[in-house]
Design a protein around this ligand. Structure first.
Ligand code: UD1
Length: 420
């Protein structure tokens, strides 16, 4: 097991190039199942999650080449089972369901695992496939789905906004006969990116980025080349890190338009932010105050930045109410931040954070999920003394080359493995 040792007190200063978005990359990789021609994805982040998805797709029979932040996928799927050991390691693996059903009329996909943030059901994914005419059974921990005569376009009405279910429904509907409307669709930039890539492959999708997506089914998709959008969560995490350490950081390959909720809140907090077409800069920000937030589907404040924002609120003036509306059990970072001196009370889905003028102090802490891990890294960067973060494999799921990039900006951190 690896640990990170971070000695705080250094300002994050300089430039960071933001990676391609993990959450855009994973569904785009699954789109590679939908053609036997070559799909080339550039700006691909080299992460344990993207490598795991590549393994899952190779297991389905695709030819995959991953080098220099580019993946090419080619060939046809030859087997339609997504096994427990691969799917349980990453929840997004359930995104092979729609493509396999649409292209091959069959899929057997293990019920997923992933971050331990609440129960995270897949009922919406299953209902979407059923709306398109698939016969779905749950047996032995697997989703078994069949559509021997192909899928049929239909209206799919989601009761809850779900990013993954919207993506699965889009991919399935692209090859269904006739028209599909996805109503109450997720509007995240990653959904737009998937729609753009599928359209390059020959799909007929309109309305992606709004809450009604319309899809005219086509017979077949073809190969394409597509660049993954920049990772807004990575960019947001670094922005918060710059603010917490009192630094000044410029992020290249960053899209401010994808981060408007965070930028609005941080500006109210007192963080000085400038941005252009493909960059965002956080300037030295002399005084910061607490501001309440509530997480919400895009374009609201992202749940994936809630833990990082809570770390920031732990070290500013005043107290903030942080309300998590997307996932239950997404406060697992709280006891760990409290070990570093943060003053936080939890009441159900509400966290009340009292900022500590004296700041945080280094302590041994445990990473519990991907975004919790980065919040601990940010807390450690501005704490007095050294913090040892264990179970950092979570970080490697979503942040490429994190230490090297933060060290270039002044962070003092090292990675050790047990006994090392
Ligand atoms: C995606 C992101 C994740 C982010 C989340 C919310 C990827 C790979 N992951 O996860 O980083 O935190 O969006 O922005 O893109 N739900 C159901 N039934 C379902 C599916 C979801 O009830 O079948 C619920 C979930 O429990 C949750 C809510 O819907 O309460 C939103 O989840 P969803 O948008 O589906 O999250 P993911 O796509 O898994």
């Amino acid at each position: 097991m690896a640990q990170l040792h971070i000695t705080g007190g250094q300002k994050l200063e300089g430039e960071i190039i933001v990676s391609g978005a993990k959450n855009a990359a994973l569904p785009l990789l699954c789109a590679g199942l939908m053609t036997d021609e070559t799909l080339t994805l550039t700006n691909m982040p080299d992460l344990s999650d993207t490598r795991l998805m590549a393994r899952l797709l190779a297991n389905h029979g695709l030819d995959i080449d991953f080098a220099d932040n580019q993946i090419t996928l080619g060939g046809a799927a030859t087997q339609f089972d997504a096994p427990y050991d691969l799917v349980s390691a990453m929840r997004a693996s359930v995104l092979v369901l729609g493509p396999l059903l649409a292209c091959y009329g069959q899929a057997r996909v293990s019920l997923p695992g992933g971050c331990a943030i609440g129960s995270r059901p897949v009922d919406l994914h299953i209902k979407a496939m059923q709306s398109l005419g698939a016969v779905v059974e749950l047996a032995d921990g697997y989703i078994q789905a069949r559509a021997p005569h192909g899928l049929k376009g239909a209206d799919i009405m989601f009761q809850t906004v779900s990013v993954g279910a919207t993506e699965n429904a889009m991919m399935a509907a692209v090859l269904a006969s006739g028209q599909t409307k996805i109503i109450n669709a997720a509007r995240e930039p990653e959904i737009i990116d998937l729609g753009e890539c599928l359209n390059k492959m020959g799909a007929k999708i309109t309305g992606h980025g709004t809450d009604i997506i319309t899809i005219e089914g086509v017979e077949k998709l073809h190969g394409a080349t597509h660049a993954v959008i920049p990772d807004r969560i990575e960019a947001g995490s670094f922005m918060i890190g710059a603010a917490m350490t009192g630094g000044a950081l410029t992020l290249r390959n960053a899209k401010a338009e994808h981060l408007s909720a965070l930028i609005a809140v941080l500006t109210e907090v007192g963080v000085i932010i400038r941005h252009g077409d493909d960059w965002i800069a956080v300037d030295k920000s002399p005084s910061l105050k607490a501001v309440d937030i509530e997480t919400a589907p895009y374009p609201g404040f992202p749940t994936d930045l809630q833990a990082q924002y809570m770390a920031l609120m732990s070290v500013v003036d005043g107290y903030a109410r942080i309300s998590e509306t997307i996932f239950e059990n997404r406060f697992m970072h709280v006891p760990e931040l409290m070990r570093m001196g943060a003053d936080i009370d939890i009441e159900g889905s509400l966290a009340i954070v009292r900022g500590r003028a004296g700041g945080l102090t280094g302590a041994p802490v445990r990473a519990t999920d991907l975004r919790a891990s980065i919040s601990l890294v940010l807390a450690a960067l501005c704490a007095t003394g050294t913090t040892e973060i264990s179970e950092i494999y979570h970080l490697d799921r979503g942040y490429a080359d994190l230490e090297a990039r933060l060290k270039m900006c002044g962070a003092h951190m090292t990675r050790t493995t047990d006994g090392g």
